[in-house]
Ligand binder design. Structure first.
Ligand SMILES: [Zn+2]
Ligand SMILES: [Zn+2]
Length: 334
């Protein structure tokens, strides 16, 4: 089989590898498509160090090719979405149900080989069989959508509330749709107005940019009060976290789900005085089936989100495309 092997920063080569065989409890997945996200880009560029060589790719789907002993729940030929994180199952965090917070968590494509390859080997429990009729494009967004489903749930949203989604990349455009499905009014907030039309097409009731006053006046006008009830922050920059805190009203909630890599100078005076509730949200716990359901039932649309596709041989171009302003979700089709 062939795999895109990262040997060092930007040293990515498609090369042959021995076919994979499943150990007990494992499955081999014949990869159909693998999405690329900011995490992959940071690994590829060397910003995020990993143990080389590594097959990146954690947002992938495919067909079960073989299963090991004890993985009889799965069978060869099943189409699956892959949940790329698995926890140790034994530590206090895992035992109390916080498996997404496990300090010994393993991520496919980051800690071990992932999905930019013809085949991937993973624990069978990472495979979520796809309902009949779900297309590959839809299924491929299950992983980022699971992140968003959890973030929205962490915000304890209620129908009829007002929400702002900060950032209109793949996560933000998914968050708009999940919030709408939960019955909220949604203000999308981008850095520029470039995605205004798209955000509205996907359900946003209004759109503003952070260019003028960070979008605060727009959030007030949209909510008809001091700010929105809940903010889902998906941009993952230090500045965006600060801006998110300003969009909500006193007593409001902010869910940061992007991962800012630099420190921010959050104004804690304002947080204490306004009793803002900041609720972090880290990947997902039991949200995968709900993400797959939202995709299967067409409640979340992914068509406009997949902007670029490359075959495995041209994976270097996929990384270049990820940085282009038009890119939302770039994927490698295998
Ligand atoms: Zn990702
Ligand atoms: Zn654990």
């Amino acid at each position: 089989m062939r795999a895109a092997m990262l040997h060092g920063p930007r040293e990515l080569r498609v090369e042959p590898r021995d076919p994979l065989a499943p150990a007990a409890g494992e499955a081999i997945v014949r990869v159909a498509a693998s999405g690329l996200c900011g995490t992959d880009y940071r690994i590829w560029s060397g910003d995020r160090p990993v143990a080389y060589p590594l097959v990146m790719g954690h947002e992938f789907i495919g067909e079960v090719a073989a299963v090991g002993a004890g993985a009889e729940g799965l069978r060869a030929g099943q189409r699956v979405a892959v949940e790329p994180n698995f926890s140790c199952g034994a530590c206090p965090l895992c035992r109390e149900g916080n498996r997404n917070l496990c300090l010994s968590r393993t991520a496919l494509g980051i800690d071990v080989h992932g999905g930019f390859a013809e085949e991937a080997r993973l624990p069978a429990r990472c495979c979520w069989p796809a309902p009949v009729g779900v297309g590959d494009d839809q299924l491929m967004l299950a992983e980022p959508l699971a992140v968003v489903v959890r973030a929205v749930a962490r915000g304890e949203v209620r129908a009829g509330e007002s929400a702002a989604v900060l950032g209109v990349g793949a996560l933000g455009l998914l968050a708009i749709q999940v919030l709408k499905a939960r019955g909220l009014r949604v203000l999308a907030v981008g850095r520029t107005s470039r995605r205004s039309e798209l955000a509205r097409t996907l359900g946003a009731d209004d759109f503003t940019t952070t260019e003028v006053g960070g979008g605060v006046a727009a959030a007030r006008a949209f909510s008809g009060r001091e700010g929105v009830d809940v903010v889902i922050e998906t941009a993952g920059t230090a500045r965006a976290v600060e801006q998110a805190l300003e969009l909500t009203h006193p007593g409001g909630r902010v869910v940061p789900t992007g991962l800012p890599h630099e420190a921010s100078t959050v104004n804690f005076f304002s947080i204490v005085r306004r009793e803002i509730r900041i609720v972090g949200s880290m990947i997902y716990r039991e949200e995968f089936p709900e993400a797959v359901r939202l995709l299967a039932e067409g409640i979340v649309r992914v068509g406009p989100l997949i902007t670029h596709r490359f075959p495995l041989e041209r994976i270097q171009e996929a990384f270049a495309a990820h940085q282009s302003p038009e890119a939302i979700k770039v994927c490698v089709v295998i």
